[in-house]
Ligand binder design. Structure first.
Ligand code: FAD
Length: 343
């Protein structure tokens, strides 16, 4: 959103642990903003395995990952967290009485403390190893290389190469089939790892008379072709070196997500094997006012489980209370008699 905000705590990461941190802070009357690189909340649960059942959340013998995220968001909602989604936290600078957090979208948030709940790092698309990729990633809506479809209408009348063999590639092929002029579905083998129903529908489209959807298998992306920075085509090859050139306006690669710790590794915090080292009694990092919880945090005996992250969120919240409300003694109370109704 590009604006300057002010709050008590900025939580980096809206995974299950970051969401529960909102609740734990809220119970102690501490306000929070949450930033995530992904366009939706839920971290790994939502991005990697939304439909998988989880069996080790206390009180839920079985719950789907997306169901857990939904409940965590409901539990946090009374405390009115402000979410800044689709933005990566890049900078963390000391400011008077705390920190100034900056994102790649230009949003800046002044806060007293920062909680890093960043999992394995910011999620982003896996990018194909092609020359000149950054040039074509810069093009406008409906042309060049895109990893997400914001508006289907942007692709009306366009010729597209959709690469990948999973659910995203097939879902977007189906969703754009009656909008695009032509869709080439490029996959390295003639087997798809998507929902069987989607595979059947895509194959039916590929066999239709109108030729709007064409399967290009088993081919891999090989090179991009352009004219003055505008994408005009994509070359694909088989393992034996046979090459085909597809004339397209846009390439949509759907190769899944990868995560990288990225900027967090440059904030001067003590790290151990790509994780942030914390004091297990309060989840404080080596830098005052910065905490780390969940998968991104490590200490002797750390277990990378949602359950442990929840407990870490409680420990961090209690330590942060002393920074945000230094003049108020923390009277320990249970959730039955504190303000679960919110601010
Ligand atoms: P994450 O869920 O990883 O969320 C971190 C978020 O931070 C991400 O959304 C990321 O985009 C964001 N982020 C990172 N860096 C930045 C940045 N610089 N700027 C903005 N945003 C950033 N655990 C269990 O307890 N039980 C299970 O049954 C279970 N099953 C699993 C099954 C699978 C297939 C996988 C992959 C994991 C499973 N886990 C399970 C592990 C569990 O998902 C993780 O422990 C949990 O997601 C950690 O939560 P988190 O909030 O710490 O981090």
């Amino acid at each position: 959103d590009g604006a300057l905000h002010e709050t008590d705590v900025v939580i980096v990461g809206a995974g299950p642990v970051g969401l529960f941190q909102v609740f734990q802070l809220g119970m102690l009357r501490i306000r929070a903003h949450v930033v995530d690189a992904l366009p939706e909340i839920g971290g790994q649960c939502q991005a990697l395995y939304p439909e998988k059942p989880i069996y080790d959340i206390p009180g839920y013998p079985e719950i789907s990952a997306s169901g857990l995220v939904e409940r965590l968001a409901t539990q946090a909602a009374p405390f009115k967290p402000r979410y800044h989604l689709g933005q990566r936290v890049e900078t963390l600078e000391p400011a008077v009485g705390g920190w100034l957090v900056g994102t790649d979208a230009g949003t800046r948030i002044r806060c007293t403390a920062v909680v890093i709940a960043a999992g394995a790092g910011a999620f982003g698309p896996k990018r194909p190893p092609l020359d000149d990729l950054p040039v074509y990633e810069q093009q406008g809506p409906g042309e060049g290389v895109h990893y997400m479809v914001g508006r289907r209408e942007d692709f009306r009348g366009q010729r597209l190469a959709i690469a990948g063999g999973g659910d995203s590639a097939l879902d977007w092929t189906l969703a754009l089939a009656d909008i695009a002029e032509k869709i080439y579905v490029v996959h390295r083998r003639d087997k798809f790892r998507a929902h069987p129903d989607s595979v059947a529908r895509m194959r039916a489209l590929a066999e239709a008379e109108d030729d709007r959807v064409e399967l290009v298998v088993p081919y891999q992306l090989h090179a991009l072709h352009g004219d003055q920075g505008r994408l005009t085509g994509v070359s694909v090859t088989t393992l034996d070196g046979a090459e085909r050139r597809l004339d397209v306006d846009a390439l949509l690669p759907f190769f899944g997500l990868s995560s990288k710790l990225g900027p967090i590794a440059e904030w001067g915090l003590d790290l151990e094997r790509n994780r942030v080292l914390v004091d297990p009694s309060n989840c404080a990092t080596s830098v005052g006012g910065i905490y780390a919880i969940g998968d991104v945090a490590t200490y002797p005996g750390k277990l990378k489980l949602i359950l442990c992250g929840f407990s870490e969120a409680a420990l961090a919240a209690h330590d942060i209370h002393g920074r945000v409300h230094p003049d108020q003694a923390l009277h320990w109370e249970y959730s039955t008699n504190t303000g679960v109704q919110g601010f």
